[in-house]
Structures are given as structure tokens and as C-alpha cells.
Design a protein around this ligand. Structure first.
Ligand SMILES: [Zn+2]
Length: 60
């Protein structure tokens, strides 16, 4: 009867777009509760790489 509980995947909400995302509780704690969906993570990656490009350009 209790076996279904261990199979449950916790649902968290993306901090940016509030989309429901499935992550393990382990991931949740390793990110200190700051969970983002893959779409928002991609956007942040793009922002970070473009920021690096800009700082390089302004320095040079
Ligand atoms: Zn998101």
C-alpha cells in the first residue's frame, strides 16, 4: 500500500515562469529551493554568455 509514496515525484514551481516542474528532492536541496525549468535555465545561460560578450567588447 505504501509503495506508491516512494514512487511519487515531487512537483515544484519554476521561480520565473511558475511552470510546474518535476525535480527530485535532492536537486531541490542542492539548489537550495531555487528551481527553474529548463526553458528559463536556457534563457539565463544565453544572458550570461551575451553579458560576457558585452563586457569583452566594452573592455576592448
Ligand atoms: Zn521557467
Amino acid at each position: 500500500m505504501a509503495s506508491f509514496i516512494t514512487k511519487m515525484v515531487p512537483i515544484f514551481k519554476c521561480l520565473i515562469c511558475r511552470k510546474d516542474i518535476e525535480r527530485s528532492t535532492k536537486t531541490y536541496w542542492s539548489k537550495k529551493g531555487h528551481l527553474l525549468c529548463s526553458t528559463c535555465l536556457d534563457n539565463i545561460d544565453k544572458k550570461n554568455s551575451s553579458n560576457k560578450d558585452i563586457s569583452k567588447e566594452t573592455k576592448a
